[in-house]
Ligand binder design. Structure first.
Ligand SMILES: NC(=O)c1ccc[n+]([C@@H]2O[C@H](COP(=O)([O-])OP(=O)(O)OC[C@H]3O[C@@H](n4cnc5c(N)ncnc54)[C@H](OP(=O)(O)O)[C@@H]3O)[C@@H](O)[C@H]2O)c1
Length: 232
């Protein structure tokens, strides 16, 4: 097995297991205190990975928001902001989206071999495009990130990306925040899609913490033997 970064999946979901609703606007599942907790996770990460649909739908900045935390990173000898990473098959990404424009740190796009030239043409001024093979295998992406110096990888969605990482056993720790609302839409995106997950009725995941944060609850799970309570 190639080496890979310590990988933490962090996401919020509704009581009925959805990451978002079908509306144009991003559904806010967390509250201010929880967003601040996630900012601390970002500040401690080397890289933040999201799927291309999250880049398109949510247009996230994926930055450490607190100036103090960003300065703290510099004081620890880290870049001010973590590396931003996405994966795509179709390479239909807008170079003006905030993934590419917000912050001055580097961005990596792992792209399928057959669209890599198109991606380079569109994105090379704002990102480094890496040929991720065909199809792009996330275990190789993780190994390549490790080779690039990423030791702590924070994954922030969406469902398709979670599903691959979880079914392939590439996640060490899960932070799942449950928000007190229902989405109730068949077509909305679930926390994960169908798949053969390593945790099932026969083998349960290990719950290591529950924490009420205002009106949401954080469930923290250890998903690999590499889990350490203080790894992050
Ligand atoms: N509640 C939360 O915490 C949270 C966090 C993040 C996102 N979300 C929500 O989740 C939704 C998006 O989730 P999603 O499941 O639709 O998608 P996603 O996981 O964000 O992205 C899926 C896309 O990523 C690319 N991709 C994923 N795996 C790939 C692979 N192995 N090789 C090549 N490309 C790959 C493909 O991009 P191409 O289509 O470009 O080929 C694919 O369509 C958004 O609506 C967002 O609001 C919620």
């Amino acid at each position: 097995m190639p080496e890979r970064p310590y990988t933490l999946v962090s996401c919020g979901m509704s009581l009925d297991g959805f990451l978002d609703d079908g509306s144009e606007d991003r559904l806010l599942l967390s509250n201010d205190a929880d967003f601040d907790r996630v900012d601390e996770l970002r500040a401690r990460s080397d890289a933040i990975l999201v799927g291309a649909a999250t880049v398109r739908n949510d247009n996230p900045r994926l930055l450490v928001r607190s100036d103090e935390r960003a300065r703290g990173r510099c004081a620890r000898g880290l870049p001010e902001q973590p590396l931003k990473v996405t994966v795509t098959r179709r390479a239909k990404l807008d170079p003006d989206s905030r993934f590419f424009t917000a912050g001055s740190g580097p961005r990596l796009v792992y792209c399928a071999s057959d669209t890599v030239d198109m991606a380079r043409g569109q994105l090379e001024p704002v990102a480094t495009v890496v040929d991720g093979g065909c199809p792009v295998a996330l275990d190789r992406v993780c190994a390549d990130l490790r080779d690039r110096g990423v030791r702590k990888l924070l994954v922030e969605g969406g469902g398709e990306t979670h599903t691959q990482l979880l079914t392939q056993g590439l996640v060490d720790e899960l932070h799942l925040v449950v928000a007190p609302l229902f989405v109730g839409e068949q077509a909305a995106t679930r926390f994960v899609g169908p798949g053969a997950f390593p945790f099932s009725g026969r083998r349960r995941a290990r719950l290591v913490e529950t924490r009420a944060i205002g009106d949401v609850v954080l469930l923290r799970y250890a998903l690999s033997p590499r889990f350490r309570p203080d790894a992050w």
